[in-house]
Design a protein around this ligand. Structure first.
Ligand SMILES: [Zn+2]
Length: 275
């Protein structure tokens, strides 16, 4: 499907509207069928709870320029997401794990350790728009729904949410694929990753960042430590597969970028204590 910039923004917004209902839906961009066993309202409420818990367990970054940079780039991407009803928050944490985590409702947690790999604002925009895309496509809710299906766990889930204290939040984090210690996460599926890439590259282009930076960024990420198990260090999406998928939508993304009044290119270089 070839949408112009306005049509694409409307399509993402429509997918967001449709996603307010539980049951079956279609993922934005790919049109892939998704089963969703919860309303978006439930998903948002649990996402906010897990986000609060995750942030309270991590050490907040003390690097003010980097915190401000994350906030600035995050705001630009969020403005293109067409979900003004979300309470967008981008939190930087002082963690050695090269990772970023997203949760329903517009919550993104980024580790300081991934910033050197971003190299510049546009690299950070790739990362953030990918996470924002996971949120827009409700991949967190899909993960929860799959868990329910596998474990026949609707009743089980009720028992989780009714349980108390730490036990409950640990299990909720696990259900969203977030391991409580050191910002670890379970990887998403291949189709979810490629969807997030394709939605993300268009978001960053609409925000005024050069979308061609996306392939460079993912290549750099592909070289990071492959021992850990999270979406930014797992090998389950090969560089070749990712690049092929990105190339399929790069023409549209470049057009959106060309239509932007304010072009930021690669933006400022990111200077971290490691660089
Ligand atoms: Zn991802």
């Amino acid at each position: 499907m070839n949408f112009n910039r306005r049509q694409w923004i409307q399509a993402v917004g429509l997918a967001g509207f449709a996603s307010c209902c539980g049951g079956c839906r279609f993922a934005p961009e790919s049109g892939r069928h998704q089963w969703m066993f919860m309303t978006e309202h439930q998903e948002l409420s649990w996402g906010a709870e897990v986000f609060e818990e995750l942030v309270s367990r991590e050490k907040a970054s003390q690097n003010l320029p980097l915190v401000q940079l994350l906030s600035r780039v995050g705001k630009r991407i969020a403005e293109q997401a067409n979900r003004a009803d979300f309470d967008w928050e981008f939190e930087l944490v002082d963690s050695e794990t090269v990772n970023a985590v997203c949760l329903p409702g517009g919550k993104v947690v980024v580790s300081e350790s991934i910033l050197p790999l971003c190299e510049n604002e546009a690299g950070l925009a790739v990362l953030l728009s990918h996470e924002v895309a996971h949120i827009l496509a409700r991949h967190g809710g899909e993960r929860l729904s799959k868990g329910m299906l596998v474990n026949n766990a609707k009743d089980n889930w009720k028992s989780v949410t009714r349980a108390n204290s730490t036990h409950k939040t640990d299990r909720m984090m696990m259900a969203y694929g977030v391991v409580s210690e050191k910002l670890e996460t379970f990887p998403y599926s291949l189709s979810q990753e490629l969807e997030a890439d394709q939605i993300g590259v268009k978001l960053m282009a609409n925000a005024g960042y050069d979308p061609n930076v996306a392939t460079e960024f993912w290549k750099r990420l592909g070289r990071v430590n492959k021992q850990r198990t999270n979406e930014y260090s797992t090998v389950h999406v090969s560089n070749e597969r990712r690049e092929m998928s990105l190339m399929a939508c790069m023409g549209d993304a470049e057009q959106y970028y060309a239509d932007c009044e304010l072009k930021l290119g690669r933006g400022q270089a990111i200077v971290t204590p490691q660089t």
